[in-house]
Design a protein around this ligand. Structure first.
Ligand code: ATP
Length: 324
């Protein structure tokens, strides 16, 4: 391997810049020519592929988002799009590609690697933590911290006015952000996609809180839960439970931004370093990830097809106990 390119694709996540920096510098340290692709797979097709040196990634480790930009690129899903992308890499002799993104990004990388023999290495970058093969994905920890900071502020006003707040958080089909931020902010209840809580159960829990003189209640609503969005749920609950004034906050895209936490900076650095080292060893079609406190590889195939329950069982159990 002589030339390696890196791109970020799908949704952006804090820590991607730390990872880009690690990829570029690890490559250069090992005598590889490094390239940055702008806007994910779109940049491969548009030939927006630029040489990078050690200084082109100075002062980015603390920044949210991605300096390489990201995009959703439908053209890369077509055979023609992939062919153009390959020719653009070939013209620069690029034979290794690090892709930082989620499952869509990996699906693209897998097809591309299989068809053209370009060596591909995936880094799990998504705030949702919804990938097999890494206990934590890049951006997840920062997103939780952002949610907690927002909920702490909501708690101040909820407590002062005796209010019930429904706070909707991101995660798509994964309740990871909801569960961790719920535990860390002392939420009264958490509605998760993976584990159904009936509205009867929720209301009973809120009733208990009210009867034991809780001055406020916060319910975290994961966007993928079965009852719908926070406004719908708040409306249904309000019809049967009116001890408090009810309010709704949807945190939305602020959860995707911000300076990465120490955890995500270090994880991004470790994964970027490992991704290049794996390519240098001759490996391909793998994803680097964190298991326990070790960096290990999982085949992209397995990362895409194996799904497992990622919610920590003790956290699930303690949510009921610690919110009494
Ligand atoms: P996030 O989890 O943040 O949404 P993601 O990587 O899953 O990240 P997607 O938009 O699903 O985000 O995928 C990113 C890009 O990967 C797509 O825009 C497309 O360019 C490419 N991609 C997705 N699926 C395929 C596929 N089947 N074949 C080729 N490329 C694909």
């Amino acid at each position: 391997i002589k030339n390696i390119a890196v791109l970020t694709s799908g949704g952006d996540a804090p820590g991607m810049n730390a990872c880009i920096r690690a990829v570029i510098r690890t490559g250069i340290y090992n005598g590889i020519n490094m390239f940055g692709v702008m806007q994910g797979y779109q940049g491969l097709i548009n030939n927006n592929i630029n040489p990078m040196d050690a200084r082109s990634v100075s002062n980015i480790i603390h920044m949210g988002g991605t300096i390489l930009k990201t995009a959703r690129c439908l053209e890369f899903k077509t055979e023609e799009g992939m062919e153009i992308a390959f020719q653009n890499l070939k013209s620069r002799d690029i034979d290794g590609l690090v892709v930082i993104g989620g499952d869509g990004t990996f699906t693209g990388a897998q097809r591309f690697g299989a068809k053209y023999g370009v060596r591909v290495m995936g880094v799990p970058g998504t705030i949702d933590n919804d990938l097999y093969g890494s206990d934590f994905t890049l951006g997840y920890d920062t997103a939780i911290n952002t949610v907690i900071e927002a909920i702490d502020k909501i708690r101040d006003t909820a407590d002062s006015h005796d209010r019930l707040f429904f706070v909707e958080v991101m995660g798509r089909d994964s309740g990871c952000i909801a569960l961790r931020s719920g535990v860390a902010s002392g939420a009264e209840a958490i509605l998760l996609p993976e584990k159904e809580t009936s509205l009867d159960e929720l209301i009973a829990q809120l009733e208990t809180g009210a009867s034991t003189k809780k001055s406020s209640s916060i319910v975290i609503v994961s966007e993928g839960n079965k009852h719908g969005g926070a406004y719908d749920i708040a409306k249904k609950v309000k019809e049967r439970f009116n001890h408090y004034d009810t309010k709704v906050t949807i945190l939305g895209h602020l959860q995707r931004g911000g300076s990465p936490s120490s955890f995500d900076r270090i994880l991004g650095s470790r994964l970027g370093f490992a991704a290049v080292n794996e390519l240098l060893k001759g490996n391909t079609m793998q994803m680097v990830g964190l298991r326990g406190n070790d960096i290990s590889t999982t085949s992209i195939e397995e990362a895409l097809t194996r799904h497992f329950f990622k919610l920590e069982s003790d956290l699930l159990e303690m949510t009921k106990v610690l919110s009494i």
